[in-house]
Design a protein around this ligand. Structure first.
Ligand code: GDP
Ligand code: MG
Length: 679
């Protein structure tokens, strides 16, 4: 049995999905978290439900990409049942979508979710009466603790056996006549009307839905149906004095209003809701933005001051480990391989895990409470000034974690130009993989000020993404931004489970990368730095390294990066950075430890690597700064570029690579130029 979970954004679909299937996908207290459909299985009695969690939508108009995804899924895959997850505190708007599901001709079961919040707000819904009025089964649920899921499954089972989609919403006599005529005309083509339910198609034609009109092309009778619909729309316009799509919308709301009046009772709650109280302070006209920046600054401070302790424990751990290897294994290739490739490469990347955990713990608390949506609101005005959009905020914020989900989250943006602009801005947000690079360089060359320098780089990325958007908006992406519409969810207590899974997911991703990509690349880089071994010549480490393949590659790219003050070792480290940014740290770890004494104090621990970097005469604070700028701006990792390609097309992916590489070089050069005036 194929079950689709659909409904408005933030209605609790993913929470219910997790409760039903035992999955733990990301739940967030703002719209647009789920951008892809996800599947899970739930056994129930003798039935097996294949449940799909769809992106949230407000309507089936196919204006935005998530509407297209959801609508195409329902039309093409034809699930056996749609479970419409309704936010009980916002019934009117949620039912608007429900009616459209009913018209699709697929049996609908309504989950009256957030029933706990509705009760708390004094909204009493009589599910039986509402169910009779709408003609669909309704079950009260609480997504966060799984209350009502058993009853929901029972209702799904029952509805699947009856196979009826309940009664259709009525549009009033005149429109029903038009619909009946159109339905008759559509049903003549049997094949077409099994693919697209005739009632749904007729309503969409009256709504002047371009996507549906195009679908008529699949029927030989399409042309005449289109003419008939056009005539009907004209008649409605004359008769009602407004466009037919507006009349249809009004009729739907009229129908919903009637249903609600029957079934919903509201006890007036005089007292100001906690959300309003908090918002008076946090969304204050003057205090709002400064508070937001204070919060962000606080997160950085927390991450680095508290995170410094566990990071240093892990560092001593890796140092101890390599000392152990040095004592127990003969000096030679095996020892160098273990110390430099394995402990040096992977260990240095792993020691940053505490920072990742703390940063994501803070971010997910902000997301789940609902503060992130406020931040989108607070910054909307500001973002518009740069040609971005309030809805760009979420993708940009997600970009601090990883560009891949951030790029996918741009699907909530309706206008293609706003969307491309956001896609091109996202990679300038420093992702989690860049953090270790900044921390290493700032720790080595700005020891007193490391946290501030890292924060300044993050901030520079934000500013750069804005300035870059202004530039692109004036050149390749000319056009106005569209207005911002987003609702603010109420503040909610984050659930421990939700936070835990979110942080775990991010940490696990990072660890997996360390164990796969980073490990593999470390081995390759170690081989590149070790072979070929020179037969004669001075047997110094430096000479061996220069003689190796890595040395030759580094020397080869050196002319291109010399103007930036980068030595050839940095050149070697920057090459794998196109695959993953963490590799810079592990590559430097290998390069600065390669062939060296190894053991405690060598470059295989990040503490040792900091020492080794400082000891290199070609390195200094300015070079480190230029390097941070270059890493900040340079093209994102392969996975992100592939995502840009699939989200925006290869043209924009190629543009992004060339543009950011050129910009990275230019900015690093400028920093060096300006910096050298002061040194
Ligand atoms: P989706 O966008 O429809 O997938 O919604 P989510 O599952 O991501 O949930 C949105 C927010 O509502 C999250 O903060 C959830 O913890 C919260 N939530 C979901 N269901 C309920 C519920 O029944 N009651 C309450 N109080 N909160 C809920
Ligand atoms: Mg979701």
């Amino acid at each position: 049995m194929h079950v689709a979970l659909a409904g408005n954004p933030n209605a609790g679909k993913t929470s219910l999905f997790n409760a039903l299937t035992g999955a733990h996908h990301k739940v967030g207290n703002y719209p647009g978290v789920t951008v892809e459909k996800r599947e899970g299985i739930r056994e129930y009695g003798d039935l097996s439900f294949r449940i799909v969690d769809l992106p949230g939508i407000y309507s089936l108009t196919a204006y935005s990409l998530d509407e297209v995804v959801a609508r195409d899924f329902l039309l093409e895959q034809k699930p056996d049942i749609v479970v419409d997850v309704l936010d009980s505190t916002n019934l009117e708007r949620n039912l608007y979508l429900c009616l459209q599901f009913q018209e699709l001709g697929i049996p609908v079961v309504g989950a009256l979710n957030m029933s706990d919040e509705a009760e708390a707000k004094g909204i009493h819904i009589d599910a039986d009466i509402l169910s009779k009025t709408l003609g669909i089964p309704l079950v009260k649920t609480v997504g966060t603790d799984g209350k009502g899921t058993e009853a929901l499954l029972a209702a799904v089972k029952k509805a699947s056996q009856s196979g009826s989609s309940g009664k259709m919403p009525a549009y009033g006599e005149e429109i029903e006549q038009c619909l009946a005529g159109l339905q008759n005309a559509i049903q003549v083509d049997v094949e077409f009307s099994t693919r697209y339910p005739s009632r749904w198609m007729a309503v969409k034609l009256l709504e002047n839905d371009q996507n549906a009109i195009r679908k008529l092309g699949q029927s030989p009778r399409g042309e005449s149906i289109r003419d008939q619909a056009e005539a009907d729309r004209q008649w409605i316009r004359k008769h009602f004095g407004k466009e037919s799509e507006i009349v249809i919308t009004e009729q739907r709301y009229g129908y919903i209003h009637g249903a609600r009046a029957e079934a919903v009772r509201k006890t007036p709650t005089k007292k100001v809701s906690p959300t309003e109280k908090i918002d008076r302070f946090l969304m204050n006209k003057y205090l709002g933005l400064p508070l937001f920046f204070l919060v962000i600054w606080g997160i950085f401070k927390l991450t680095f001051t508290i995170g410094a302790y566990p990071v240093s424990w892990l560092e001593s751990g890796t140092t101890a480990l390599s000392a152990l290897v040095e004592q127990t294994i003969q000096p030679g290739l095996l020892q160098s391989f273990l110390i430099n490739a394995i402990i040096g490469g992977v260990g240095s990347v792993l020691s940053f895990i505490p920072l990742i955990v703390i940063l994501f713990l803070c971010i997910s608390i902000l997301e789940d409470t609902g503060y992130m949506s406020r931040a989108a609101f607070l910054t909307d005005h500001f973002l518009h000034a740069f040609g971005l959009h309030g809805q760009s905020f979420m993708p940009l914020m997600l970009g601090f974690g990883c560009s891949v989900p951030a790029l996918m989250a741009t699907r909530t943006l309706k206008s293609p130009k706003d969307r491309i602009a956001t896609i091109l801005a996202v990679p300038f947000m420093s992702c989690g993989a860049k953090l270790p690079v900044y921390v290493l360089l700032a720790g080595a060359f700005f020891p007193g000020n490391a946290a501030n320098v890292v924060m300044a780089i993050y901030l520079a990325g934000v500013i750069l993404s804005f300035l870059s958007t202004v530039f692109l908006r004036k050149t390749v992406l000319k056009g106005e931004t569209t207005p911002f519409v987003m609702e603010l969810p109420p503040y909610r207590m984050p659930t421990v489970r939700g936070i835990f899974w979110h942080v775990w997911e991010k940490t696990w991703q990072y660890m997996k990368k360390a164990g796969t990509v980073v490990l593999l690349a470390s081995v390759v880089i170690w081989m590149f730095t070790t072979f070929p071994v020179p037969a004669d010549g001075p047997h110094t480490d430096e000479y061996k390294l220069e003689y190796s393949l890595a040395g030759r590659i580094g020397k080869f790219v050196e002319p291109a990066i010399k103007p930036l003050g980068f030595n050839w070792k940095i050149g070697v480290a920057l090459i794998p950075a196109f695959t993953a940014k963490e590799l810079i740290v592990s590559t430097l770890g290998i390069l600065y430890g390669a062939g060296g004494q190894g053991g405690a104090g060598g470059a295989e621990s990040t503490a040792g690597l900091r020492e080794a970097l400082r000891a290199d005469p070609t390195m200094n604070p300015l070079v480190a700064l230029c390097m941070m700028v270059f890493v900040l701006v340079m093209p994102p990792c392969f996975a992100s570029i592939a995502t840009i390609k699939s989200e925006a097309g290869s043209k924009w992916a190629a543009f992004q690579v060339v543009y950011s590489l050129a910009l990275a070089w230019l900015l690093a050069f400028l920093v060096r130029l300006v910096g050298s005036l002061f040194i």
